[in-house]
Design a protein around this ligand. Structure first.
Ligand code: AMP
Ligand code: ZN
Length: 137
């Protein structure tokens, strides 16, 4: 765990998150500044910064969970597709230096701007209740 890392703190249960999926290696939770309804982040619990310093083994585990969570969101939400994003380095828009994959649900022809906007916490809490695979959210 890295001391000043917000995603490590979430993985350790030190700060709350709207969890969607959890197992021993991986955690998924709603992005609190979502690009679209159901925007979810998938992280390995162990800290690495980005794609290049993460082991192939960990990446394989994480991408398998990205697939599982995306499939679940696609059936739990009325979305029609989704984007997977993964940013590396400030130049690429990475703001949290703990490797993560974004799952961004897409709805019909609804246009999207890949920019963060503060989410409505009560709407996120209600959504987490609806879509979470974790028993205690
Ligand atoms: P990136 O720009 O790829 O580094 O994405 C980081 C994402 O983490 C942004 O979309 C933020 O909205 C999101 N984020 C930051 N802090 C939290 C948090 N405490 N809980 C959930 N999402 C967060
Ligand atoms: Zn971390």
């Amino acid at each position: 765990m890295k001391n000043d890392c917000v995603f490590c703190a979430i993985a350790a249960g030190e700060i709350p998150a709207f969890k969607v999926y959890e197992d021993e290696l991986v955690l998924a939770y709603l992005d609190i500044n979502p690009f679209s309804k159901g925007h979810t982040l998938v992280i390995p619990k162990a800290h690495t910064e980005g794609l290049l310093d993460t082991s192939d083994e960990t990446l394989a585990a994480v991408i398998a969970r990205v697939k599982k969570v995306a499939a679940h969101l696609k059936s739990a939400l009325p979305c029609d597709g989704f984007n997977i994003l993964q940013n590396n380095g400030e130049a690429a828009g990475q703001t949290v230096k703990h490797v993560h994959f974004h799952i961004v649900p897409r709805y019909g022809n609804e246009p999207i701007v890949f920019e963060n906007h503060p989410g409505d916490m009560s709407a996120l809490a209600a959504l987490a209740q609806r879509v979470s695979l974790v028993s205690a959210v």
